[in-house]
Every structure is written in C-alpha cells, then in structure tokens.
Design a protein around this ligand. Structure first.
Ligand code: ADP
Ligand code: MG
Length: 327
C-alpha cells in the first residue's frame, strides 16, 4: 500500500516547485504576514518555509500528514469548494511520503513550540517541546529520495530554482499585503518584498521599473456571469522583453489557455503590434461552484462556466484601456 501511495504522491508532486506552492498556500491560509523560503539545490536537497501564521495545535500534530486530514473543510458547502481551492488535505501527506519532513510550530496560546518529524505520513515519536515564536516552520529534505523515476525527470537545481523564483514572484505580487523572502541557503535574498499598498509596488521590486511604470489598471465584472476581475496590464511603453501572464482565480495561481490566447496573444498583437510580449496580472473571482481545476494536479489549468462570455467581457475592458492610452 505504501508503494502505491508513494507513486500517487510522485504524481501530485512532480518537482520542488509543486511543494513550495502548496506550502506557501498553507502559510497564506494560516494568515501569515511574513513568509520566508530557503532552498538548497533548487529545493532538491531541502526546502524550508517559515511563517508567522496561526500555528498548529499540538493535538493536531499526530494526524497532520495523514491523507485527507484538513482543518479547512467543515461542512458540505466547503466540500463543493474542494476543487477550487485545492483544500483536499493531501499536500502534507503526499510530501511526507516522498521526503523527510520536519515541522516546528507554535500557536498564540501555547507557551512552547513543538518539533515533530514525519515519515510516510506517520509522526515519528512524540512532539518535542522547544522554544520558538508563533508560526510554523516546515523543512522538506531529500525530496524524491524514494522515487527513482522522479529523479530522472527532474531538471538541474538551476532550473528548479528558476521555477520556484517564478512561482514566489507571482504569489508575492498577488499577496502584496504579505512580505516574502526567497533565498538560496547561505546566500543573499533573491526576492525580498515588504508589506505594500498595491501589487504594482511588488512588480516594481521584483520585475523592475520599466514594467511597473508601464502598468495600467483594469477592471471587469458582470453580475449575471458571476465574476469580478481586477488587474494591471502593460501599455505601449513596455518593450515586452520579460512578458508575463500572472493569473489568479479565487486567489489560486492557475493557467487558462483561452484567456491567455484571447488577451496575452491575440489582443496585444492587434492593438499593440510592436509589443513583443505584454506583462499582465489578473485576479479573478468566480463563484467557486463554477470553476473546475481537475484537468491536471500540477499544471493548474482551469476551466469555468460561461468561459467564452467571461473571456470576451474581460477582453473588451482590456481593449478599452489599451485604446484609451494609445490615442
Ligand atoms: P489542506 O491545506 O488542503 O487543508 P494540507 O495537507 O496542505 O491540506 O495541510 C493540512 C493541514 O495542516 C491544514 O488544513 C492546516 O490545518 C495545517 N497546516 C499546514 N500548514 C500550515 C501552516 N503553515 N500553518 C498552520 N497550519 C498549517
Ligand atoms: Mg494545503
């Protein structure tokens, strides 16, 4: 059984970046204001994530890495949102099956922090009391040590680091009220953001002035289609050397082929033919019951109800903003 579970876990977690994404989302769910990520060998040797969120109660530690134990599904309504938010309670259990997982955590009301180790979803020994601040620190070592096939499909630690950098950059922009740091162990910060007023502040820090100065705000929304969109898009002044499409749906980093093609590719080519590639950040909120993310566990490609109408609606607003400033 444990072999089957391990193979399944190796499908859910295909690269260090998949771990980092899940762990960062847990920190955000825990209402952390600061999240720090430290990597060895692009996460292949170790991933450490520290947050100052709510922490985990001592009594929940024994079952934390069992499958489908999640504190986030309390009633039937929540169940309908499983697909949307990925609250499946599977991340920690999957990761603990294919790595050595250590965790230290402290809630506000407990006096001491507790340190625990997990193997194959099971807690090893008892939680060890120790000194520590409120929040949680999770260390993942030797990812895929027991999944030989995965080791063969992995890229270099350089490539794995690049994927994680890209992921954290996007989360930092969207979660501009949380400060993020990302670094390689023993080196300077690769990303360091402060709690900010707007996503554009974070774009400036991570992607640079040229992009940030070119950004225009854009909004869309429709009551009948049950969606809202807020974001920013680069104008004609941006050369497009570092084109990016940052898409969050219901606060999850996702991909949408249709939306990307309609706006990132087609619209910019028509309205601003001299732009090589635009920079686009969009945060869309859609009724969770209308979103489907089950296409692939790692690619996060989404589809949603009334997709063509919503894409068309967003495209119209983006076009209006681009044409207005292009006059
Ligand atoms: P899910 O996020 O889908 O609930 P996970 O396997 O990712 O499942 O996490 C399991 C549970 O562990 C969470 O529901 C949460 O209660 C707890 N947890 C994980 N990471 C943190 C964290 N950084 N801070 C506080 N609680 C956490
Ligand atoms: Mg989670």
């Amino acid at each position: 059984e444990s072999v089957v579970n391990r193979i399944a876990a190796g499908e859910i977690v295909q690269a260090p970046v998949n771990c980092v994404k899940e762990l960062v989302e847990n920190c955000i769910d825990a209402k952390a204001k600061h999240i720090q990520i430290i990597l060895k060998m692009g996460g292949l040797k170790s991933i450490q994530i520290l947050d100052n969120g709510c922490g985990i109660l001592k009594e929940n530690l024994p079952i934390l890495c069992e499958r489908f134990t999640t504190s986030k599904l309390k009633n039937y309504e929540d169940l309908q949102q499983i697909g949307t938010y990925g609250f499946r309670g599977e991340a920690l259990s999957s990761i603990s099956m294919i790595s050595r997982l250590t965790l230290q955590t402290k809630t506000r009301d407990e006096i001491l922090a507790y340190k625990v180790k997990y193997d194959n979803g099971n807690m090893i020994g008892n939680p060890m009391p120790c000194a520590g601040n409120q929040g949680t620190s999770i260390t993942i070592e030797d990812l895929f040590y027991n999944v030989p096939i995965r080791q063969k499909t992995l890229k270099s630690s350089f490539d794995e680091f690049a994927k994680i950098f890209d992921c954290i950059a996007k989360y930092a922009v969207h979660n501009y009220k949380i400060s993020f740091t990302l670094k390689k162990h023993g080196e300077n910060n690769s990303i360091k953001t402060q709690i900010s007023e707007s996503p554009i502040d974070i774009v400036r820090v991570i992607y640079g002035n040229e992009v940030a100065n070119s950004l225009l705000k854009v909004q869309a929304g429709d009551e009948n289609l049950k969606f809202k969109m807020e974001g920013c898009i680069s104008n004609a002044n941006y050369s497009g050397k570092k084109g990016q499409f940052l898409l969050f749906i219901n606060h999850r980093l996702v991909e949408s082929k249709n939306l990307k093609k309609a706006i990132f590719d087609d619209l910019y080519r028509t309205v601003l033919p001299n732009t090589v590639q635009p920079f686009i950040y969009m945060s869309i909120e859609i009724d969770p019951r209308n979103v489907d993310v089950n296409v692939s566990p790692t690619k996060h490609e989404v589809s949603f109800l009334n997709e063509d109408l919503i894409v068309e609606n967003i495209k119209k607003e983006v076009e209006a903003v681009l044409l207005k400033t292009n006059e």
